[in-house]
Write a protein that binds this ligand. Structure first.
Ligand SMILES: [Zn+2]
Length: 248
């Protein structure tokens, strides 16, 4: 029942996130016009816009001109479907999903945009931050002080890290960490920990592979923060429980 709701919703939202990821960094509207083939500019018919399925049936090509459609589009749809399913399985069908699902969707979009453009757009962070505070005031009223404190704390922590190590992080990452705190509360601690850990591992691996060229290019950090955020969203309370039980 939960899966039957969450997975298809995730696929459809994933399709929307592809639009967001493509258009927001280019300053385009996310509502109109409808999806078009990047090759021939032909409007994509609803029948050819079914998440994952259309891409597979059309073998990753536009029906009109045969231009290749990147596998990244069905991949984002599949990832969003899987993440939505995992979130709903972890927390059940309840009002908190009004916070958790938009938060997960935002992390996926921001990761994709940062990978391609090396930016974390305010046009995404700001509305998601406002939604987080507004919706939390309704569905997580008693947790609101914790969420606001975690948002401020995570923002301050990354700001200090960015000032000490300016090459590794931008203000976009700092603001993203603040928004993560607003949604995760105290679970933002394992989220940031996982983000720094995975980012360091990949950063060191890329440095080993590419040498100084890799250092110049830098590694976008938001995808790792997003990874930590999604892990904490799904397993945050149990991660904290594990830690306090074993180390405190
Ligand atoms: Zn085309």
């Amino acid at each position: 029942m939960e899966l039957a709701f969450a997975a298809p919703l995730g696929l459809v939202i994933g399709s929307f996130l592809n639009v967001v990821t493509y258009r927001v960094p280019r300053g385009e509207s996310i509502v109109s016009p409808g999806s078009r083939c990047p090759g021939c500019g032909e409007a994509i018919r609803p029948f050819d816009n079914v998440p994952v399925l259309s891409w597979v049936l059309l073998r990753g090509r536009c029906r009109g001109c045969g231009a290749r459609i990147s596998p990244r589009y069905p991949l984002v749809e599949l990832v969003t479907g899987a993440v939505f399913a995992a979130v709903v399985l972890a927390d059940g069908l309840n009002a908190r999903l009004a916070l958790e699902l938009p938060f997960a969707a935002m992390l996926i979009a921001v990761a994709g945009i940062d990978l391609e453009h090396r930016i974390v757009p305010n046009r995404i962070l700001l509305p998601v931050a406002l939604w987080g505070v507004g919706a939390a005031a309704v569905v997580r009223t008693s947790a609101l002080p914790e969420l606001l404190a975690a948002g401020a704390g995570a923002f301050a922590f990354l700001l200090i890290a960015a000032l000490i190590h300016p090459r590794g992080m931008g203000m976009g990452d700092v603001k993203l960490a603040g928004v993560m705190g607003l949604y995760l509360g105290v679970s933002v601690i394992p989220a940031l920990f996982l983000g720094f850990l995975s980012g360091s591992v990949v950063g060191v691996a890329m440095l080993a592979r590419d040498g100084s060229a890799g250092r110049k290019k830098g590694v976008p950090f938001a995808p790792f923060l997003a990874l930590g955020g999604i892990a904490a969203l799904i397993a945050g309370p149990s991660l904290i429980h594990l830690y306090t039980h074993n180390f405190l």
